[in-house]
Design a protein around this ligand. Structure first.
Ligand code: APR
Length: 180
């Protein structure tokens, strides 16, 4: 039975998504995404790791950006990282789900894909945005991430690979379940 276009599209997206247990700062991809805060001046979690690995030029560059609103994204060079660019996005703090958190989290992923298209990027790695300090329930955040990444891939055939870089096993398992 010939596969439908939708099935072919789905399978194409499926083999362009990878889930790895990795420190995102080590990935030699076109861009890594940073789960930042509205100041863009660094913090803990993946934000702290990225700033430490990228070096002091990063915070100097971020100072010129004038911060970033929740749900929005901004791009900088990767400086000392193996990645060429860093796309900084600010996920929502989880407040029970009734304050637009799902839409804001989805908006983070969509904003990243705008930069991916503008810069013709082919490989991009995402951390589990909002799943740490910001307390977003992991399965719900991962479902949004997978949905938005599948959409982003279907809208931009130039992207070769999207990597979900998981630090914790719980997050890795959640992505594996969501992608099954
Ligand atoms: N590589 C990949 N993932 C990582 C890394 C790393 N080096 N370090 C942490 N993570 C994971 C966390 O385990 C979590 O699953 O990234 C996910 C996001 O967690 P946070 O970094 O806490 O980000 P978030 O929940 O979006 O909170 C953002 O935390 O670090 C501060 O400045 C940041 O105020 C902002 C807030």
């Amino acid at each position: 039975m010939e596969k439908s276009a939708a099935e072919r599209g789905e399978s194409r997206a499926a083999n362009r998504i990878e889930v790895v247990q990795a420190d995102i700062t080590k990935l030699a991809v076109d861009a890594i995404v940073n789960a930042a805060n509205t100041s863009l001046l660094g913090g803990g979690g993946v934000d702290g790791a990225i700033h430490r690995a990228a070096g002091p030029e990063l915070v100097a560059e971020c100072r010129l950006l004038g911060g970033c609103r929740t749900g929005q994204a901004k791009i900088t060079p990767g400086f000392r990282l193996p990645a060429r660019y860093i796309i900084h996005t600010v996920g929502p703090v989880w407040n029970g789900g009734g304050q637009g958190e799902p839409e804001l989290l989805a908006s983070c992923y969509r904003g990243c894909f705008v930069f991916v298209r503008e810069h013709g990027l082919r490989t991009v790695a995402f951390p589990a945005i909002s799943c740490g300090v910001y307390g977003y329930p992991i399965d719900e955040a991962v479902a949004i991430a997978v949905r938005e990444v599948r959409t982003g891939l279907s809208e931009n055939a130039e992207i070769e690979k999207v990597i979900f870089a998981c630090f914790e096993n719980e997050v890795y398992e959640a992505y594996q379940r969501a992608l099954r």
